[in-house]
Design a protein around this ligand. Sequence first.
Ligand code: FES
Ligand code: MG
Length: 577
Amino acid sequence: MNMKKIPDTLRSARWFAPDDLRSSGHRSRTMQMGYAPEEWTGKPVIAILNTWSDANPCHAHFKHRVGDVKRGVFQAGGFPLELPALSLSESYVKPTTMLYRNMLAMEVEELLRSHPVDGAVLMGGCDKTTPGLVMGAVSAGLPMIYLPAGPMLRGNYRGKALGSGSDAWKFWDERRAGNLSTDEWVEVEAGIARSYGHCMTMGTASTMTAIAEALGLTLPGASSIPAADSNHIRMSSAVGRRIVGMVWDDLIPSEILTRAAVDNAVCVAMATGCSTNAIVHLVAMARRAGVNLTMDDLDQAGRTTPVLANIRPTGDSYLMEDFYYAGGLRALMAKLASRLDLSVLTVSGHTLGETLEGAKCFNDDVIRSLDNPVYQEGSLAVLRGNLAPTGAVMKPAACDPRLHQHQGPALVFDSYPEMKAAIDDENLDVTPDHILVLRGAGPQGGPGMPEWGMLPMPKALLKQGYRDMLRLSDARMSGTSYGACVLHVSPESHVGGPLALLRSGDIVRLDLNARRIDMLVDDREIERRRSQWQKPADKAGRGYGWMFAKHVGQADTGADFDFLETAFGPSAPEPDI
Ligand code: FES
Ligand code: MG
């Protein structure tokens, strides 16, 4: 092995090696934990950033899985240090985990910078934990491997497979329409999430871990392994062994996260059916690596990449467990090989092409081929127009095709509670042609772009049998959601984007073919409204929310903090010890 690092040049040696009082303190305090000097001296120190908590069901197994990572680190001659990091459970954290993605990214960067560590294992999976961990670790620049939590097992309700999110929304609409009893609903609650692991639809979590793998940041095949499968345990110890080798090889993220790797990840994301959230995170992660991924790049990929993963909510029946049995992400990437740059390096130390050798598909209906895709195009579309000058996104495949070209009157709400009260009013004056609009829900206004973008169908329309209508907002929606939802409208209304100037009754037009979303209001009237517009007050008067609203960027640039962007300034120097 041609090692680039030797014990003397390890970053951790600056803490542990010198014969001075400060270093003596570090050694003494390590012995305080019961370790003998020979257990760490001259060995790579591996930070294991564990996003386990009692409040994160998706990461429940990380409490034990971290032991398997440590086992691998020890076996390879490293020294592991578990460092807990913000857990961010999609189901519990309010108003939205997106408010804290950047906080996790900051925490990761600073944990790695300030501790005596040489490399890192990132343990995440629930939606925002993947981008938060990756963004921070990319900025920290140490060798790192991403360890995906793995999807939970398929849900089960009376013998039928249930998918996270998607089926909850579907069954809830049936309940609101009066078709499901309370007891039946409780059975759905009990059956829909029946093991640890992240959501097992192709929602944000599955898309993001697939993206991490496609970027080259996981061991080959790692992202598809169900959390409860013993292969996941073996993968975890393999991660522990591999990170030690990466430290000796000094294989740092900038060698992996190249433009070509980002383009691969975009292509794979589109082929999975891609959660809309993934767009914001992909842009943010790429920009941390110095790659300027634009909305136009994403639209181009959306137009030209067929959806191959037949997984809900874009596909119609299968779930992540089926995807794994069908060969998982390696099989999907092998089918996409002609569109990928196979020469890029991965954390395994091998090129992507080498890691795909021997990949096989065992079920051509679950993982389709390029000549028999789930959708020929249209995993994701980027719209522009006088309502969204810098972009908005939509998932054409997940909505009723009658709405792809549509115009109708807007019904505008300025807050979620206002919208919610109206939606449940059975006498609401609304037709299936109306466009429901929610604003004040963007990065600054939300704050944090809550997942409110799949505005609930008005009760009045549900009772008439309608299940989809056009909806428009500066919010995000859950990756497991579906419907004709135009999201991430940028600039958001809170900063004076044109969405702020729309009024109920104005005609809104969606032209998906032309990729346009416009209000049919004449320019002079728009200008008149603009001159009268006043910026709403920020919601948080102090603390993190206050800082967030001051520094968060718009959705089309990844909603990162301005001061964390790669181009903001030079990296902080290594700490004085
Ligand atoms: Fe954790 Fe869906 S709630 S991934
Ligand atoms: Mg989600």
